[in-house]
Write a protein that binds this ligand. Sequence first.
Ligand code: NG6
Ligand code: CA
Length: 525
Amino acid sequence: MTLTKWTRRCFMKSALLGTLAGPTLFAMGNESLNSEPVRASLPNIVLIYADDIGYGDLGCYGATAVKTPNADRLAEQGLKFTNAYASSATCTPSRYSLLTGQYAWRKEGTDILPGDSGLIINTNQMTLPSMLCSAGYTAGVVGKWHLGLGDGKSELDWNGDIKPGPLEIGFDYSFLIPATNDRVPCVYVENHRVVNLDPDDPIEVSYKNPIPGVPTGKTNRDRLKMDWSHGHNDSVINGIGRIGFMSGGKSALWDDQQIAGTLAEKSTAFIEHNKDKPFFLYFSVHDIHVPRVPHPQFAGKTDMGPRGDAIVEFDWLVGQIVSTLDRLNLTENTLIILSSDNGPVLDDGYKDQAVARVGNHKPAGPLRGGKYSIFDAGTRIPLIVHWLDHVKPGISNAFISQVDLIASLAHLTGQILTSQDAADSLDMLNTLIGKDHLGRDHIIEHSQFGTLSIRIGDWKYIESSDKSKVAWETGIETGNDAVPQLYNLKDDPGERHNLAAGHPEIVDKLKSMLEKIKQSGRTRS
Ligand code: NG6
Ligand code: CA
């Protein structure tokens, strides 16, 4: 294996971490962190990444049934994008693209992962944290991971060292929900270890067979705190049926109501520990993914039930980060990026009243579809960029994709990508920070069903697909159709009128561009 400059540096840091725990220790022993003058000029970077928050779920994007003052303040003082896209309509592929700069659909095995999957990012690949590490940053991830842990060859032992994971791809510190809050194991993993694990009560995880003696959502349905609507009926943890089976680890189980508080605590501690040197925090919030169990402090804050209340909790988390930065006088020198991994869903497997109580709220704003979908609601998401005195307040209609973050932040931090690195990431720094409104010339979207679409200007082409038109019991329209689709998003933002038959030349043009990008294996020349 040839080590690139990115991985060599990360390996050095990982070796250090093996002997010394904690996020504060990384100023030592790494020559790439010793260039003070560069460090002084680098802004901190905080990426607040929501789970399943849709284009219309925040006040600054038109929501009125839920108040999101903290996100709205960032939007007022910063730049709000109206044409920003996640790379995919679900979590794992969006996050894979975000961290690697490569479209997930180019790589097998990057769809929604079970909670016992191995790490799907190569440890010798350039990643967002390893690139920033080369620029002198200390990188931390707090929250949802869902990119696999372990080598994927042997079964992961949750009672031992859990690796490779974030620390092996460039992060210096990690505090994780290993997969999702609806998948086992329901424990936090800090760096390489499960937190609060009692060695006399080892954890066992299976995604194949029920574990004898452990109640499931089917056997114990009448005693659940929150009933399931589809799936989510394997092991019962904290009175809630999950995906996958687990036993043991009682002292390590998270408390669903406390997750937001715990993540706030860990992320603000990371900021405090690293306040004197440039840091990158990937704050990967669990809200508003199912099961939605917000802290009692937020319960009933909206008329929409747990889904609305979880948005309020998300906004509180945004406030926790901003007030920590303010308190430490870091706000002016911190680039805050707020976004979401995919579009919205109401019933994603639990009976939490999300459908019954949505009222007039439009989780996807004017867009059609939702999470899982190739229609725009699947991937068009809120994106707010805040950097006082550097990013002028305003609105940008430019096209930008989350896959562009690596190349853009490489530019910001003076890193040069080779042709092998982040093949689909375009340098959109000037667009990201509002110096121009040019953006990408195209956007590629990717659905849960593997369907791709390409948007150029107002035209969007969706390739034909014989897969399901509805995403199982969620009821969401997937956008799949046996015939090619063409929409003009200016006249028809809701993708209602398929114009393909009347505009064969536009269909051909978009289709051939999509094919070219697929075949070439890269976007950046
Ligand atoms: C689906 C789950 C859904 C959610 C999703 C992943 C069922 C029936 N549905 O398979 O609840 O967990 O996976 O969501 O199990 S994501 O935001 O992490 O991509
Ligand atoms: Ca998600």
